[in-house]
Design a protein around this ligand. Structure first.
Ligand code: NAI
Ligand code: MG
Length: 350
């Protein structure tokens, strides 16, 4: 398997080092390559996703991605901003299905923003559509008839886009607890009404899965009131972005949530759900566990190596159960120390 490492900027390079340590311990038959992306690429080449990086990405079986979002470049033209690199990769590689699992780790209940007895029940998977919605619709600024500036971003989903993400979500539910909640805003949005209609059509092919629907505002509320009710949640790009950050705080920290972005084929991109965290970049305090768990997802989905994925997840769970905590979880362990703890947990596995 050819893995491309795209560390990016901000805390990306710091946490990528820890994932590489974990990969080294596993001693798997993989070839590694590296390329610049985001702010690091913009600083070196003037573009956040240079052609050589995109070529390497297309040639890789899997991509492990750190984070992008260097505030030094916040005021460059939008298409040159570091964040455009991840949007560009999602579009160019057809990464339409974003899987974002959130599960309560034993021993972390006290770190959740929720009451421990509510938080302990969390074991859900958000399936977020990643190639459509307002992020990819027509956008721009214009002047209204009365001379005001107006910004616009078009929200649109075609039925084929909804159908393919629905299939991913139903299959994921079949492999879990067979419950799927589709989140939309069908009471006010045409896009959502079509979404709901198509999800209901697809449901006919999965009679073993129980399908429910929820409006996104209620879903945000239910996610903190009773997150244990959710098994798989399927939703659009914008709602999924917001709900998954919310889910992260329910399990303790955004530094714990990994994700897989999958295409129709075997290729995938794997990244923590957080961004480049410029407020803590360079301080050695970023939590590397979301990055390390993203590597586990890579080995499972693109490598077909369930055993190695499970080994990593078991090691991370052990480290957290042993009380290892970074600053994001109220502890004082730095990025390197946390990575070392995972490495030693792996080495001690029997
Ligand atoms: P963020 O996720 O980078 O940070 C939000 C908060 O969480 C910050 O206080 C940060 O310190 C903390 N945090 C994030 N990851 C952490 C970790 N591993 N350990 C400990 N604390 C952590 O989101 P924010 O601040 O809204 O965005 C920063 C930049 O990242 C922006 O330029 C944004 O566009 C970009 N971004 C990039 C993403 C990507 O690369 N896929 C995703 C989200 C945002
Ligand atoms: Mg986000």
């Amino acid at each position: 398997m050819k893995i491309l490492l795209l560390a990016g900027d901000g805390i990306g390079p710091e946490i990528m080092v820890e994932a590489e340590k974990v990969l080294a311990v596993l001693a798997l038959p993989v070839t590694l390559d590296r390329a610049l992306v985001g702010g690091a690429a913009y600083a070196a080449t003037g573009h956040p996703l240079p052609p050589e990086t995109l070529d390497k990405a297309k040639a890789a079986d899997a991509i492990l991605f750190g984070a992008v979002g260097d505030p030094r470049f916040d005021n460059v033209e939008r298409h040159l901003r570091p964040e455009q690199a991840i949007l560009g990769l999602r579009a160019a590689l057809g990464l339409f299905a974003n899987l974002r699992p959130a599960k309560m780790f034993a021993g972390l209940e006290d770190a959740s923003a929720l009451r421990p007895e509510v938080a302990s029940a969390i074991d859900l998977l958000i399936v977020r559509e990643l190639n459509g919605d307002v992020y990819f619709g027509e956008k721009g600024t214009r002047t209204t008839a009365d001379g005001q500036r107006e910004g616009y971003d078009v929200m649109a989903y075609s039925e084929s886009e909804v159908r393919r993400i629905a299939h991913v979500a139903f299959r994921a539910a079949q492999g879990r607890n067979k419950r799927l909640c589709s989140v939309d805003k069908a009471n006010v949005l045409e896009t959502s009404q079509l979404w709901r209609d198509v999800v209901i059509e697809v449901a006919a092919e999965y009679p073993d899965v129980t399908l429910t629907h929820m409006y996104v505002d209620n879903a945000a509320m239910q996610l903190v009131r009773n997150p244990g009710q959710f098994d798989v949640v399927v939703t659009g790009n914008l709602f999924g972005d917001i709900l998954s950050d919310q889910a992260s705080m329910c399990v303790g920290s955004i530094g714990l949530l990994a994700s897989a972005s999958l295409s129709e084929g075997k290729q995938g991109l794997y990244e923590p759900i957080h961004g480049s965290a410029p407020d803590i970049a360079g301080k050695g305090v970023a939590n590397p566990l979301a990055m390390i768990l993203s590597l586990a997802m890579l080995l499972r989905h693109s490598g077909g190596d369930e055993a190695s994925a499970a080994r990593i997840e078991t090691a991370v769970a052990k480290v957290l159960a042993d009380g290892c905590r970074g600053a994001d979880l109220g502890g004082d362990m730095g990025t390197t120390a946390l990575g070392d703890a995972v490495v030693s947990a792996l080495n001690n596995q029997t």
